[in-house]
Design a protein around this ligand. Structure first.
Ligand code: BMP
Length: 454
């Protein structure tokens, strides 16, 4: 099958359509490609595999993969034709750090060629490559059946990847026009549409007022240290605060672990916050339906909304949790828990991405993300995906990397901040020191120095 025949076949089975289509993003596109059904037409499947095999046979790679689901059966055929080993990544990602996400045999450092059906922006390709790289597989080259992107080649090149395509959008349009299958107006529409996509996306300038408030306080106090004051009596709580309150930009509380909580606690806390000049973050992790979290935030014994400007939001309940918590209340925002520090936690990359999508849609309610990572690089990649100007708050930080007996994992102050943490959240590293005051000062100095050097 020639390339031209292949395109005509795709048109015949409705895998490429020209008309007017509303995309997920809300944009109206003059064309729509969906190659998923191609595998059910044996001649087409065979044809595209031959074309791909021909295209890649002289490239430098040890193993082949296809991105599930559409490209995996195609890659399988191509691998068999070229007598190359096939590997693939689980679509249902395991949680962070558990490994073994790649199925198939390969040697560490193997060069993998990645096949996919389409490229639109390139961002999912980059995610795929990063996933493989974490597992010890080297990705350099992507081969797609159709390149319909405006600047996919450039986007991938920026990250050090090469894009090869069997057919470009232009080629398809020209061929179909020559065959009288689409009009000259349609061709023009397609050109205009792709040109509009090529314009660089405007960067979101919005900064949440509570993000700004934190950033301002950090500059004012020259501190990006958040103390997690996880103690269980008011005496311990305020004794420690006497010693460390001056060093911190924000105090993180778990108010529900205080045994002798009473009506004096909050007024006293607010008095400290004013005098020692820190912000208050109650780390109550809200995770229920909107109506319930609304009450949990405002009512009950603690009436958190009366005294904490920042709280934690689990996105597991869906993005309307943000509305439930914050609609109608000024001066509050959430930190969305996008990645956890505990070993074996169930948050995976898809979940993290969903957290970003929810924040992008509700920037007025999200001050930042709580997140963790296992290396400077890992954190950098994570932070690069933040949708706007949210801050990264990082727990699981100590002077030395390590773990505790109940699943907590620690990275160092410098790793956290260099990777992109704006604030470090530290509990036992300071609370259990012989001299918590001196220790808080040391954490503060090291974290602030790393922040200024970043
Ligand atoms: P420590 O530094 O003592 O390990 O305390 C870390 C604090 O950060 C705890 O209060 C914990 O609830 C919180 N935390 C965390 O450790 N990991 C997360 O992923 C999210 C958290 O809120």
């Amino acid at each position: 099958m020639t390339k031209e025949q292949f395109v005509l076949e795709l048109e015949k089975i409705g895998a490429i359509k020209f008309g007017s289509f509303t995309l997920k993003s809300g944009l109206i596109s003059p064309f729509y490609f969906d190659l998923r059904d191609m595998i059910s037409y044996p001649e087409i499947l065979e044809g595209v595999s031959d074309l791909l095999a021909e295209k890649i046979k002289n490239m430098d790679f040890n193993v082949i993969t296809g991105i599930p689901y559409t490209a995996l059966p195609i890659a399988t055929l191509v691998a068999a034709k070229l007598d190359k080993p096939l590997i693939y990544m689980r679509k249902e990602e395991k949680a962070y750090g558990t490994g073994n996400n790649v199925i198939g045999k390969f040697e560490k450092g193997a060069k993998c060629l990645v096949i996919d059906d389409l490229i639109t922006t390139g961002s999912s390709k980059i995610e795929t490559a990063e996933g493989y790289e974490k597992e010890g597989v080297v990705v350099k080259d992507f081969v797609v059946v159709i390149d319909r992107s405006a600047n996919g080649t450039e986007e991938l090149a920026k990250q050090g990847y090469n894009l090869h395509s069997l057919i470009s959008l232009d080629e398809i349009v020209n061929l179909l026009q020559n065959k009288g299958l689409i009009s000259a107006e349609k061709v023009k529409e397609v050109e205009e549409f792709t040109a509009s996509l090529a314009k660089p996306e405007k960067k979101e300038k919005y900064v949440n007022p509570l993000t700004q408030k934190l950033l301002d306080k950090m500059q004012e106090k020259k501190s990006n240290l958040v103390l997690s004051l996880d103690v269980t009596t008011q005496k311990e709580f305020f004794d420690l605060l006497d010693k460390v309150g001056e060093e911190i930009v924000m105090l993180k509380t778990h108010v529900d672990i205080i045994d002798d909580y009473d009506e004096n606690f909050v007024p006293k806390l607010l008095e400290y916050a004013k005098r020692q000049n820190f912000l208050i973050f109650e780390d109550r992790k809200f995770a229920d339906i909107g109506n319930t979290v609304r009450h949990q935030f405002r009512n009950g014994i603690y009436k958190i909304a009366d005294w904490a400007e920042y709280v934690t939001v689990h996105m597991v309940a869906g993005e309307l949790i943000l509305k439930g918590l914050f609609e109608g209340s000024e001066g509050h925002a959430g930190f969305v828990l996008a990645r956890m520090s505990s070993k074996g936690n169930l948050l995976n990359e898809t979940y993290t991405r969903k957290c970003f999508e929810a924040a992008k849609k509700n920037p007025q309610w999200v001050a930042g993300f709580i997140g963790h990572g296992n290396s400077v690089e890992d954190i950098r990649r994570f932070k690069a995906k933040f949708p706007g100007s949210e801050v990264l708050m990082m727990p699981g930080v100590k002077k030395e990397a390590g773990s505790d007996a109940m699943g907590q994992q620690y990275i160092t102050i410098e790793q956290a901040v260099e990777g992109g943490a704006d604030c470090i959240i530290v509990g036992r590293g300071i609370l259990q020191a012989d001299d918590p005051q001196a220790e808080a000062r040391l954490y503060r100095e090291r974290a602030w120095k790393a922040y200024e050097n970043r």
